[in-house]
Design a protein. Structure first.
Length: 176
């Protein structure tokens, strides 16, 4: 197994699944000093990915509850990353990229009372009446669409209501 393959396996087991170090070492047949070495390299080489994974873990921990049907952080993380890729990093509803929303938030809304929200796409229930957070009922939406749609509109109703929010955001970003 190459070092890259080992690091990928360590990232999944140790960073994402939060397996104990002893278990990881036993499973991939390395000693603790090698795990420490590779973990440090992962922290450095994949700094942005590790930081994003930790942000998603915080989101997962904040969402957990009776209506949250993801069985583990690992399943939620894989869904989130896959959904982000599937949506091309854009809001499911208005199609505005997370990058534009993040820049707009910094430019216009930095003094928001809830600064921990708005910079990234949020988990949004397509059908809020079912009140379930699961792979079939969730998408990623920008702060604005997530709050606007709320629990009031169904997915279909919200698409009907939504016009061209993307152009408005981009104009706001370009304004002085």
């Amino acid at each position: 197994m190459t070092d890259t393959e080992l690091k990928d396996q360590i990232f999944d087991m140790y960073f994402v699944d939060c397996e104990l170090a002893e278990y990881v070492c036993q499973e991939i047949k390395i000693d603790r000093s090698m795990l420490t070495k590779f973990s440090s390299q992962i922290d450095e080489e994949r700094k942005d990915e590790v930081q994003e994974m930790r942000r998603i873990r915080q989101l997962y921990n904040n969402k957990k509850g009776d209506d949250f049907e993801f069985t583990s952080f690992s399943s939620f993380y894989k869904w989130y990353v896959g959904q982000h890729r599937k949506q091309s990093g854009c809001c499911y509803y208005c199609k505005t990229s997370e990058k534009v929303i993040s820049e707009l938030f910094v430019k216009k809304f930095l003094l928001n009372k809830r600064p921990n929200r708005g910079m990234h796409l949020e988990v949004e229930r397509r059908d809020s009446k079912s009140n379930k957070y699961n792979e079939d009922n969730c998408v990623l939406a920008c702060y604005f669409c997530n709050n606007d749609k709320s629990s009031i509109f169904s997915e279909g109703e919200y698409f009907e209501y939504l016009k061209d929010r993307k152009s408005f955001f981009e104009k706001q970003l370009d304004s002085k």
